[in-house]
Design a protein around this ligand. Structure first.
Ligand code: WQD
Length: 356
């Protein structure tokens, strides 16, 4: 996109080598943005960015620069902001995202996610880059009192991961309030359950270790890396007894970030505002397993297990605000999510690390 300055807008993407980050970088480049990615590669692979360059082709790939660095090291941020002269906005993905892991190791999560975000806010203030799209999460709603979740729902994170996302939002609201009118503009995108992969099958989700989340776990069962899927809870008050979530295609999420960026650049006094990025539809675990079996032609062996502590019965989004104010609506359904997730998994059974 060309800014009011008559040049392509320059976007810093933290965590841009990760699952949602890399898919968003493809769309940013395709839309004509110049992109700098900072990633510590703790939970991602730079191979994802090599593939992004392959996907966008030789005309657009020169608009992507990668800087290996860590938000927890302010010197890395200073070096990046100094060398790249100026950024017009930041998309902040970088952060650890395992709910269970965060309960076991809260200090690691608070240091990485909160100190990293404080350092980023400080660098943005220092270098006068005060527009940000932040990768927030539906986990800020905790166990929602009612569904669908609206952005005005009570915020009540229930684990260190969710609290780190909530606090990053709260810090942003306080910083914006303390500034001049229109000085800071921030959009918090609350993702529901990101799944799927780019239609090419070249980039996708590649969690390190045993996956916490449902779809990467199913994916690894389907390619034979794991023996069966444990289904946590089959006595929920739902049609089939398994829990319901709002799964959203990662490319819908990527398009949501482009829509949010456009809103930031177009709207002088947006201040701080949050948008749900979901489909507004709930799918149960068993329904997801059946859809993946249909898309892959693979049988997914299951084991019915007790509920996972902290899991909610049903979480899905109200999407009205994003539709009305961002002009964004999810396009893909469960079939396309499973089709694309299987295409990535079957072509990359060991993710970016290649064959074992
Ligand atoms: C979905 C459903 C599980 C794994 C998480 C986090 C956070 C967020 C979205 C970004 C639940 C069941 C899961 C398994 C299972 N991401 N399940 N067997 O907990 O809704 O949310 O993802 O912010 O990472 O909040 O997602 O995929 O872990 O679980 O039965 O091996 O699948 O019990 O009902 P969740 P999930």
């Amino acid at each position: 996109m060309v800014s009011g300055k008559g040049r392509a807008e320059r976007i810093l993407v933290t965590g841009g080598a990760g699952f949602i980050g890399s898919h968003t970088v493809v769309e940013l480049l395709r839309q004509g943005y110049k992109v700098w990615v900072m990633d510590n590669l703790q939970n991602s692979s730079v191979e994802s960015l090599h593939r992004v360059c392959h996907l966008v082709g030789p005309r657009l790939s020169p608009n992507l620069q990668f800087h290996h660095g860590d938000l927890c090291n302010p010197a890395d941020l200073d070096r990046l902001f100094n060398t790249s002269s100026s950024f017009d906005a930041v998309i902040h993905f970088a952060g650890l995202k395992g709910v269970g892991e965060s309960v076991v190791n809260p200090l690691h999560y608070y240091h990485n996610n909160i100190v990293g975000t404080v350092n980023l806010y400080q660098a943005m203030a220092k270098f006068n880059c005060k527009k940000m799209v932040f990768s927030s999460s539906a986990t800020v709603y905790g166990q929602p009192e009612e569904v669908p979740c609206v952005e005005e729902s009570k915020l009540h994170a229930m684990n260190p991961y969710g609290r780190s996302k909530l606090f990053a939002e709260e810090m942003g609201r306080d910083i914006e309030k303390a500034g001049e009118e229109g000085e800071w503009r921030m959009i918090f995108l609350r993702y529901f359950n990101p799944v799927g992969a780019h239609e090419s099958g070249k980039i996708g989700e590649d969690p390190t270790g045993i996956p916490n989340n449902l779809m990467p776990y199913i994916q690894q069962v389907a390619v034979g890396r794991l023996p069966h899927l444990n289904i946590y809870g089959h006595d929920y008050p739902t049609n089939d007894g398994t829990a319901i979530r709002d799964y959203i295609h990662v490319m819908d999420l990527a398009h949501g970030h482009i829509a949010a960026l456009r809103k930031l650049f177009a709207n002088d006094n947006i201040g701080c505002t949050a948008y749900n990025l979901g489909t507004g539809r709930g799918t149960s675990v068993l329904e997801m397993v059946a859809a993946f079996e249909k898309a892959s032609g693979k049988k997914i062996p299951i084991k019915l297990c007790p509920r996972r502590p902290g899991d909610a019965t049903a979480v899905y989004a109200s999407t009205e605000k994003a539709e009305k104010e961002l002009g964004w609506k999810a396009k893909y359904g469960i079939e396309e999510m499973c089709r694309d997730q299987w295409n990535w998994a079957s072509n990359n059974p060991w993710g970016y690390q290649g064959n074992h």
